[in-house]
Design a protein around this ligand. Structure first.
Ligand SMILES: NC(=O)c1ccc[n+]([C@@H]2O[C@H](COP(=O)([O-])OP(=O)(O)OC[C@H]3O[C@@H](n4cnc5c(N)ncnc54)[C@H](OP(=O)(O)O)[C@@H]3O)[C@@H](O)[C@H]2O)c1
Length: 382
């Protein structure tokens, strides 16, 4: 897979100054601070509730009028239903807000039209994808975002704020690091959209980053044991968003991203992966797999959202074998996503970063520690 070198420049000072003044003017004409597109989804509802809890009055948007109207009445907000395929309507809608929180996924089907509309309308954009082709396409819009004076902040959910921030923090301890390893234990159950996005990414298989390029890596291979802050778990390489975002935010050329999994899962993936990948691409078989999978992905219940937690580990090393590593705990991933996404919108609306940016570039490496429930457990002392 071809790739661009990382963008180390975070801000364009002149562009930022111009944008701040332009925004001060345009902001007075826009009818809402921000829009949540995909507000009726599992995650969208949590984000909308969190936004209201924090005192905002976002415009709720999506493609399905009925559920949107119901949610809007319950939360006492305005709503607008429109399809992403209607470009003129979309540009007009996003022109009315300062920022779009785009939470309708799988993003392989939804991100491109929304990013395009935001660039045309001069509207800031935040999404919660972790899908590699989507991240690549958004980062490729960096020049356009800078010209338009807007921020495109991608992967702004649990995937990848904690890992991107932790990677940036440990990388700062070892500036000549050449390797980055990340492992995550989510401690939760998937929502419908997360499972669908995972299924959509199945045909692309596994990936790791080596010497700045993405290389295929067979799914189910490379399982090992990893110590998290509470205990050791089996982890295996999975192609998550950090393969793109950490490359942008740290410039480290070798990146492996791992997820915790039960011990029996890696061998099962090795057997089932090659069978499922072509099936997902087939129309009828693919639809059947999606239907079955969705039955088992209602998302975490409120109790788990309130009391669950996730663990993240990151380690960098250089060619001399020196290392820096750290362990982080966050709130349960969907709760974390709801809180962090709204906080990221607040932050972007005040600080006005510019360009296509990974979370730690747009929000700062310590942003994760501002999200309730996050704390550094080990490493990075002093
Ligand atoms: N980064 C993270 O940590 C993180 C966390 C949570 C979720 N996510 C991602 O966020 C996405 C949503 O997850 P979810 O669990 O909320 O999913 P969900 O419950 O299935 O909801 C999906 C939402 O997106 C809308 N949607 C889907 N396809 C659309 C399209 N083509 N055009 C317009 N709207 C469309 C749906 O509208 P309808 O109801 O009209 O179908 C619904 O409002 C997934 O991609 C998931 O992977 C990421």
């Amino acid at each position: 897979m071809q790739d661009e070198p990382p963008q180390r420049t975070q801000r364009n000072a002149k562009g930022e100054w111009l944008a701040m003044h332009a925004w001060a003017y345009i902001g007075t004409m826009r009818s809402h601070e921000f829009m949540i597109y995909g507000a009726t989804g599992f995650t969208g509802r949590l984000i909308a509730e969190e936004a209201v809890r924090r005192g905002h009055r976002p415009l709720l948007a999506g493609r399905s009028q009925g559920p949107l109207a119901e949610l809007a009445v319950r939360l006492g907000l305005e709503h607008a239903a429109f399809d992403l395929g209607d470009h003129r309507r979309l540009v007009k809608a996003v022109s009315d807000v300062d920022l779009v929180l785009h939470v309708a996924g799988p993003f392989v089907f939804t991100a491109a039209p929304m990013v395009r509309a935001c660039l045309e309308a001069g509207t800031n954009y935040i999404d919660i994808t972790g899908e590699l082709p989507v991240l690549q396409a958004t980062f490729a819009c960096d020049d356009e975002a800078r010209s338009a004076g807007v921020a495109l902040v991608t992967a702004c959910g649990f995937d990848v704020i904690p890992t991107d921030c932790l990677a940036a923090m440990v990388a700062a301890r070892l500036p000549d690091a050449t390797n980055l390893e990340i492992a995550i234990n989510t401690g939760t159950t998937p929502s419908p959209g997360t499972l669908l996005s995972t299924i959509e990414s199945l045909p692309r298989g596994g990936w790791v980053r080596r010497e700045g390029l993405l290389w295929p890596y067979a799914l189910g291979r490379g399982a090992r044991r990893q110590r998290f802050h509470d205990r050791e778990r089996t982890v295996l390489p999975m192609p998550i968003g950090d393969l793109e975002t950490a490359w942008r935010s740290t410039g480290i050329p070798n990146i492996t991203t791992c997820f915790s999994a039960p011990r029996w899962l890696p061998p099962l993936i090795r057997i089932l992966g090659p069978l499922l990948r072509p099936l997902v691409r087939m129309q009828r078989a693919g639809a059947f797999i999606r239907r079955i999978a969705l039955r088992y992905a209602p998302g975490p219940e409120r109790e788990l959202q309130q009391h669950g937690f996730a663990s993240v580990w990151a380690r960098v090393s250089n060619r001399q074998g020196e290392r820096a590593e750290a362990w982080l705990q966050t709130a349960e991933p969907y709760r974390f996503t709801a809180m962090a996404t709204v906080m990221a919108a607040e932050y972007v609306l005040v600080t006005r970063p510019i360009g296509a940016l990974a979370p730690s570039q747009a929000l700062g490496a310590d942003f994760v520690l501002k999200v309730p429930g996050s704390r550094l457990l080990e490493g990075l002392e002093g």
